[in-house]
Design a protein around this ligand. Structure first.
Ligand SMILES: Cc1cc2nc3c(=O)[nH]c(=O)nc-3n(C[C@H](O)[C@H](O)[C@H](O)COP(=O)(O)OP(=O)(O)OC[C@H]3O[C@@H](n4cnc5c(N)ncnc54)[C@H](O)[C@@H]3O)c2cc1C
Ligand code: FES
Length: 276
């Protein structure tokens, strides 16, 4: 998208949506009228002038040309500065970067999408894409877990996801506070796999979430008969350049920014201690 991948272009904050107490979704528009042409699973690097820059999954529909979205969880300096921005403020944006989810390769297959916490962000464009191209895929099972019901993101879209033909959404939380009503599962997200009856050799799995969740989910999938090449994970590593030059995101001989963030289990098996 960008002529010089190191130089951010300006993007204006169009709107800000509160997802929960620590997470907001920012809708951005390029000031120069350009578009963020990205594929599901790719990320951008957003700079808050005078503070720094951070990587975020681009979480809107890939077919939305006018605006794009990043969902940001407040954890430190840059994310706190972003959290305080308002509609009309201007940020710097570079990207898109990284290898996307293999949606073309998975065409014709069923999909299982497994997300933990903020890991739903890079999978949301997959859901939007599948909804627009429903005939390209078989059944879709979305398994999403968060710490509590209040920690879930994109809850306002859940009904529309359930209404996508041949699509099921299963939810679970670790804990339900006493004053909250919750009619879904309680337990780790991997337990939701018991609802899914995968058609072996005709199913592709995309997983994103905390590393411990991705480790258990991928191990369970391999145990029930998935090939490592059928299970894809999105890895998060500290980024600087985003274009394979600085070495910050290096794992073994791979760069997460350039070779990832999406890898299949076959590739990950060849890397040292990726998932502890
Ligand atoms: C490909 C990719 C996609 C990402 N997508 C999203 C997203 O959609 N939404 C989102 O909120 N965050 C996402 N992140 C993580 C985000 O980049 C970090 O949370 C952010 O850089 C933290 O910056 P900070 O200055 O606020 O925190 P800092 O002040 O730098 O650090 C605060 C804390 O966060 C930890 N931390 C910082 N950076 C990372 C990182 N990259 N991974 C894990 N822990 C980190 C630090 O160890 C520290 O404990 C993504 C990261 C990558 C690499
Ligand atoms: S972020 Fe610089 S090499 Fe990946």
């Amino acid at each position: 998208m960008l002529e010089n991948p190191y130089i951010p272009v300006f993007a204006k904050v169009v709107s800000v949506r509160n997802e929960n107490s620590t997470t907001k979704t920012f809708t951005l528009r390029m000031v120069n009228g350009g578009a963020m042409r990205f594929r599901p699973g790719q990320f951008d690097i957003v700079s808050c002038f005078g503070v720094g820059e951070s990587a975020f999954s681009i979480c809107s529909s890939p077919e939305e040309k006018d605006v794009f979205e990043n969902t940001v969880r407040r954890v430190g300096r840059v994310t706190t500065a972003l959290f305080n921005t308002k509609p009309g403020d201007v940020l710097g944006v570079r990207g898109p970067y990284g290898k996307p989810w293999p949606l073309e390769k998975a065409a014709g297959n069923d999909l299982i999408l497994i997300a933990g916490g903020m890991g739903l962000a890079p999978l949301r464009p997959v859901i939007h894409y599948v909804a627009r191209h429903r005939d390209l895929y078989g059944s879709v099972d979305i398994l999403y877990g968060a710490r509590t019901p209040g920690d879930m993101i994109y809850t306002y879209e859940f009904d529309s996801w359930r209404n996508i033909p041949n699509t099921r959404l299963y939810l679970t939380v670790d804990y339900v506070p006493p004053d909250v009503s919750w009619e879904h599962d309680v337990g780790v997200v991997t337990e939701l796999l018991r609802y899914v009856k995968p058609r072996m050799r005709y199913t592709t799995v995309f997983i994103c979430g905390p590393e411990v969740m991705m480790k258990f989910a991928s191990q369970m999938l391999l145990r029930i008969g998935f090939y490592p090449s059928e299970v894809y994970l999105s890895l998060e590593r500290r980024m600087k350049c985003g274009v394979g030059k600085c070495g910050h995101c290096q794992i073994g001989y791979k760069y997460v920014c350039k070779d990832g963030p999406v890898f299949n289990m076959e590739e990950i098996g060849l890397l040292p201690d990726v998932i502890e």
